[in-house]
Design a protein around this ligand. Sequence first.
Ligand code: ZN
Length: 149
Amino acid sequence: MKAPLSLAAGAASETGSASLAAADLALVDAARRIIALRRRPEWHSVGCALRTRSGRVFTSVHVGAYVGRIDVCAEAIAIGMGAAEGDTDIETIVAVNKDGHVVAPCGMCRELIADYGPGANVIVPGPQGDHPVPIASLLPNKYTRHDDR
Ligand SMILES: [Zn+2]
């Protein structure tokens, strides 16, 4: 299945993004475009798009490896791209699978997103369609170092 390459602002996607604002639809579209462009079975199967509060958008793909447990998620790569540019104030982040469907972040990425963007929103799938939720709602009782309190 080919991932949709563009969506009109405000239009519902085939995966049910009717509740997303235009900027968030554009973010989902950016994630779909990067995985459609860079998909490589076993090596790059998830795409991510991250928008910072400055308005910059970083897109990435997950980095697979022969030893599966050392794969690096697309969200971590996008956060690293922002860090390299000195821009990690995450406003919204989304990941999509190889078919362009929005996927929820794994537990490790929830930690990373919360560390770098405690006020970030994450676009996740749901029965009513894709929608943004605060990262704090995806990671209740987050780990903190004792001296961070
Ligand atoms: Zn992850």
